[in-house]
Design a protein around this ligand. Structure first.
Ligand code: CP
Length: 307
């Protein structure tokens, strides 16, 4: 059973194989109409369900199109339409769903839902975001970074703002693939200690600090995210804490001259990032969004033993 639950579950060669597959499939279908299938139809005969306990634009569209282009069948269900964890246990739901479809992508409100589902499922399960990590996003982010600036190994990445689920997957990406990561967050919004401890244990180049200026200095890539994630509710407090972490021209000027700006989107313009940076020459945010499609294909192929 090959699930895709977290980046740290994979070796460097495994993640590299996924990145290479994503890049070569992207290249192979350049300029092809979006509604056409990839020539080899590697998911022909496979049915995959997408289940969302939280809203989604990018993850839903990119997985649906990835599965269609790979020749598979796909349908999407919201968690509210299912019995997930309400009356029926998550494990029983996973056992039942495993009898109908060949694979499932689950966006779960809570990490334990994903874990319980994956433990009981007899089909591949993909983590489409939890409150803990967002690995499909960060695989697409690394693809984007490498597409524009070459191998992540040796690159200086700066994360600015909330040390959230996307930041956690960045820690895992750097831990497995190389590169260095400086995380600037207010003390109370630092990444969970389990991620920092893991990074320390494997001697990954991950540093946490409070100063956004220090983190961004000479960085090759500056990454941020919304101040309020889907599972957060303390809006006023977060806005006050994170205001000094806005990515604006003054901050971006401290990075390397050709630094990239990345954001997984949706962005709250003129909160965590200014219009000037979002729409300026450093920004690759829409390439990043497109690359979700290409990265999802590689993840699916890995899950089905087709890489
Ligand atoms: N970045 C991301 O996961 O976007 P969605 O929430 O729209 O899927």
């Amino acid at each position: 059973m090959t699930h895709f639950l977290d980046l740290k579950d994979f070796t460097k060669p495994q993640l590299r194989a996924m990145l290479n597959a994503a890049a070569s499939r992207k290249k192979a279908r350049a300029n092809q109409p979006k509604g056409t299938v990839d020539q080899d139809l590697p998911l022909k005969g496979k049915a995959i369900a997408l289940v969302f306990e939280r809203p989604s634009t990018r993850t839903r569209f990119s997985f649906e199109m990835a599965i269609r282009q790979l020749g598979g069948e796909v349908f999407t269900v919201s968690g509210a339409e299912m019995q997930l964890g309400r009356g029926e246990t998550i494990a029983d739901t996973a056992r039942v769903v495993s009898r109908y479809v060949d694979g499932i992508m689950l966006r779960a409100k809570e990490q334990h839902t994903l874990q319980e589902f994956a433990a009981a499922a007899t089909i591949p399960v993909i983590n489409g975001l939890t409150n803990r990590t967002h690995p499909t996003q960060v695989l697409a982010d690394v693809l984007t970074l490498e597409e524009h600036r070459g191998a992540i190994d040796g690159k200086r990445i700066a994360w600015v703002g909330d040390g959230n689920n996307v930041c956690a997957s960045w820690i895992e990406a750097v831990g497995v693939l190389g590169g260095s990561l400086k995380i600037a967050s207010p003390e109370s919004l630092r990444p969970r200690s389990e991620f920092l401890n893991w990074a320390k244990q494997i001697k990954a180049e991950v540093e946490v600090m409070t100063s956004p200026e220090l983190a961004v200095a000479k960085a090759n890539c500056v990454v941020t995210d919304a101040w309020l994630s889907m599972h957060d509710d303390d809006m006023e407090n977060r806005h006050n804490l994170l205001q000094p972490y806005q990515v604006n021209e003054a901050l971006m000027n401290l990075a390397a001259k050709d630094a990239l700006f990345m954001h997984c989107l949706p962005a709250h313009r003129n909160e965590e990032v200014t219009d000037q940076i979002m729409d300026g020459p450093h920004s690759v945010v829409f390439d990043e969004a497109e690359n979700r499609l290409h990265a999802q294909k590689a993840i699916l192929l890995n899950c089905f033993g087709k890489l």
